[in-house]
Design a protein around this ligand. Sequence first.
Ligand code: FAD
Length: 382
Amino acid sequence: MFNYIVIGSGFAGSVIAERIANVLNEKVLIIEKRNHIGGNCYDYKNKDGIIIHKYGPHLFHTNYKEVFDYLSNFTDWNIYHHRVLAFIDGKKVPIPFNLNSLYLTFPESLAKRIEEKLLKKYPYNSKVPILDLKKENDKDLRFLADYIYQKVFLNYTVKQWGLKPEDIDPEVTARVPVFIGKDDRYFSDKYQAIPTEGYTKIFERMLNHSNIKLMLNTDFKEVISIDFESKKIYFFGQEFKGKLIFTGMIDELFNFKYGYLPYRSLDLRFETVEKEWFQEVATVNYPNDYDFTRITEFKHIHPASTEKTTILKEYSKQYIPNKDIPYYPVFTKENQKLYNRYKEEAEKFENIILVGRLAEYRYYDMDDVIKRALEVFEEKVR
Ligand code: FAD
């Protein structure tokens, strides 16, 4: 009945399903184990009318015009520029650490001296990865690098990953730049916006097509079995000869036969407080104090006229397979090797297509995963 089955209804699965339905005009079945669509981008309105991101704050930003244009078929946008402060030594300073943060942190004469040296060495409005600044010879620049490394980066990274920064792939550490400029925005992408009615509405519109059937509350293992010897896939006991687009955890697809791929998980604690605003900006990071990594206040992201406000405290924790939600892949060479063994296994099947953060074991932002899904559709699905 179906030539295409998609496992998972996050952006990876939903984009591919939408393309199959609209471009190929073929029927597609989506199997989703949660009771809702949208994967980790799912949001909902709470009883106070505030849009809440159930799996942590999601801010859309991209330089890919094609991704912004594609998503614009399914939503209107509110212009939104994300701002993050870090609580350091009793003060809140803009993150990424920039020239404004410099003046808020140090006495003016010192800040001025460091600023002059930074501007001599680096172009205005450039981003310098913290690990590069740490290699500087100049005493003041090294002092700055060590300060930022210790106060902004080190403890946050340890809290977030349960690892020392040296043990993490540069793809992740490079994400923490020092910004040689005065722009306080967290992202510098060309397109930064929030879907006017939230992310879930985007998924509803993408999947609202007579060619798309959706099975919620269904783990793929309940309806799909795989014969690893003959490389055949069975759907409700019948051989499935179509394409299986898999966006779940690749190790789960192969019954964890080589072991579990490690992830970090999160304990997300929401609180509604009886005041109009809780903090100055959407997100405040707490690198050195408390056990949570950051607090996000949703009203800054989605304006709502209510006297109350809802905040989210995020506690990073070790992921326990079959119990916790796998949020972030942990990048180490060893884990990548393990992933590659699973990938090679998948490549032996003619009709399994892997896409998305769990199936590819990659940290993908939303725009990356949408771009990837559009490419995979063109290259492997159609
Ligand atoms: P997912 O959204 O995880 O979707 C996978 C789907 O597969 C899920 O619905 C899952 O239930 C389903 N599934 C898994 N296993 C099975 C199974 N056995 N059977 C059936 N279904 C299954 N990106 C940004 O661009 N900006 C941000 O600000 C941002 N913030 C983030 C904050 C957090 C805390 C996290 C964790 C991620 C954030 N991201 C952000 C990244 C964003 O969430 C991902 O890019 C996006 O969700 C990836 O989509 P996906 O479809 O690959 O995965």
